[in-house]
Design a protein around this ligand. Structure first.
Ligand code: UDP
Length: 481
């Protein structure tokens, strides 16, 4: 929980209470937002959740949704007294002006209501991901969701079981176009819907769907909705969201927006804080310094993706077979089970020659490095925006949540990457890395340059995200009067 005191010329000083879901992809953009709002005086309060009580991830994207749901449910009773103290226990001068709540933490809305503090929702996903969540009730009503999930096998079992099980007709079924997500009727396939639309285990998936549907619908109660995106990228989808939520503020890409404004500030932030929940290994930048321009593929799947041992071996073999240099983030908990048997000699050899592994990279810096030519990513929204700002084309292997939708937009709508979803086979990994780095490089880079320029324009003075943030600050300022 963060308390941000905005420094502003006029008094009284507004105080914004900010409540992010404690996972990397949510903490980072919300901290950026906090810094942008206030040039920052932040108080952090530990969530008081002992590590031994945290659920262990397993290699299934349904499972990770369950873990997040359990995390939120576990957090609620712990966070409530802290939030109460901040909302109710403050003096007149320290009064909270508004409460910016992560879109996944809707239980906090009731507390804000009780304290009569206005709520601003911050949803960390893309507009396209959010809009697909908004449409789940229509999809259920039309019978498009839930659908059979033959791909549950690739996520819970091994690749060979998946290959044997998959029939051509089932594959075709997953390629069918979804009709009930307005604005995406011509290209959104069943396989591109958020992960919790899938699932053999019908009852638990129903439960998850209901849960996330409720969370999303709560957003409509908020006075404003902040999104980490920009008009030129997701304008048509933002219009769809505006049909249901009146005051929508796209102010992203936040990481670049913050840098831009700090660059213009005469006095930089006093406590230039890092939002990283992991220890960053910067040694990889000296390794990159020795490589030719655009010769390295950066491989990272964010903070929560997990692999089965088989998937990891397929990916690894594909990387080595591609004969490209690769910088690979292998978090200690990236596989749910241990590898059985020794690692083949050719993988070890190939990695020694062309690879470099770290547990956690300075991603923003890495993507901006001249040696990086492509990004093999899980299509997390922060990673996608960071790639856009750096102008690096992507190869997408989405894992859960909005990532399935994001990767479809990256490949089909924006043309800034390729989508490898629902496969994990060494020969496909090899082939698609070569497409991104060589054969399709030019066309991907052309589209990426355009979008990257548009992103930078949006956060510069006079750009849409720049102006939207100024309006939002004015609104918050007005609330404190
Ligand atoms: N990240 C990083 N170093 C790494 C891997 C990831 O700094 O080695 C950061 C990345 O820059 C991004 C965040 O972690 O800001 C991941 O967020 P994203 O939304 O892409 O994925 P999530 O972790 O939420 O699945």
């Amino acid at each position: 929980i963060l308390m941000a005191k905005m420094e502003h010329q006029s008094s009284p000083t507004p105080h914004v209470l900010i409540f992010p879901l404690p996972v990397q992809g949510h903490v980072t953009p919300m901290l950026h937002l906090a810094e942008l709002l206030c040039l920052a005086h932040l108080q952090t309060i530990p969530d008081d959740w002992p590590p031994q009580n945290r659920p262990r991830p397993q290699a299934s994207n349904v499972n990770i949704m369950k873990i997040l749901k359990a995390m939120v449910e576990g957090m609620a009773p712990r966070a409530e007294p802290l939030i109460r103290e901040l909302l109710f226990g403050t003096t007149e001068t320290d009064k909270v002006t508004c409460f910016i709540i992560d879109g996944w933490l809707s239980f906090a809305y009731d507390l804000a209501k009780e304290a009569e503090v206005p709520v601003i929702a911050f949803r960390c996903s893309s507009a396209c991901g959010n809009w697909s969540y908004f449409c789940i009730p229509q999809l259920i009503e039309a019978g498009e969701v839930p659908f059979k999930d033959m791909y549950a096998l690739i996520l819970t079992g091994n690749k060979y079981a998946y290959v044997q099980k998959l029939h051509y007709s089932e594959n075709e079924e997953m390629d069918r176009i979804v009709c009930n997500v307005l604005g995406m009727e011509s290209f959104l396939r069943y396989r591109d819907l958020p992960s919790f639309c899938r699932g053999k285990d019908k009852s638990s998936c129903d439960d998850l769907r209901q849960y996330f549907m409720r969370e999303v619908q709560q957003t409509k109660q908020a006075q404003f909705l902040i999104l980490n995106t920009f008009e030129d990228l997701e304008g048509p989808i933002l219009s769809q969201i505006r049909s249901q939520c009146s005051q929508v503020y796209p102010i992203g890409p936040l990481h670049a927006h913050l840098k831009y404004r700090l660059g213009k500030e005469e006095t930089p932030l006093s406590n230039n804080s890092s939002s990283s929940l992991w220890e960053v290994d910067k040694s990889c930048t000296s390794w990159l310094d020795l490589k030719p321009d655009k010769s390295v593929i950066y491989v990272s799947f964010g903070s929560t993706t997990t692999f089965t041992a088989d998937q990891l071996m397929e990916l690894w073999a594909g990387l080595v077979q591609s004969k490209k240099y690769f910088l690979w983030v292998v978090r200690p908990n990236i596989i749910a089970s241990s590898l059985d048997g020794p690692i083949p000699e050719d993988l070890l050899e190939g990695t020694k020659k062309r690879g470099y592994k770290v547990k956690w990279a300075p991603q923003d810096e890495v993507l901006a490095h001249r040696a990086i030519g492509g990004f093999l990513t899980h299509s997390g929204w922060n990673s996608t925006l960071e790639s856009i700002i750096a102008g690096v084309p992507m190869l997408c292997w989405p894992y859960f949540s909005d990532q399935q939708v994001n990767s479809r937009f990256v490949s089909q709508v924006w043309g800034i990457g390729l989508d490898m979803k629902d496969t994990c086979d060494r020969s496909i990994v090899e082939k698609m890395i070569n497409e991104v780095m060589d054969e399709k490089k030019e066309e991907l880079c052309r589209s990426m340059d355009n979008i990257s320029q548009a992103a930078k324009r949006s956060i510069a003075e006079g750009g849409s995200s720049y102006s939207n943030l100024n309006h939002l600050i004015d609104e918050i300022q007005a609330m404190s009067k």
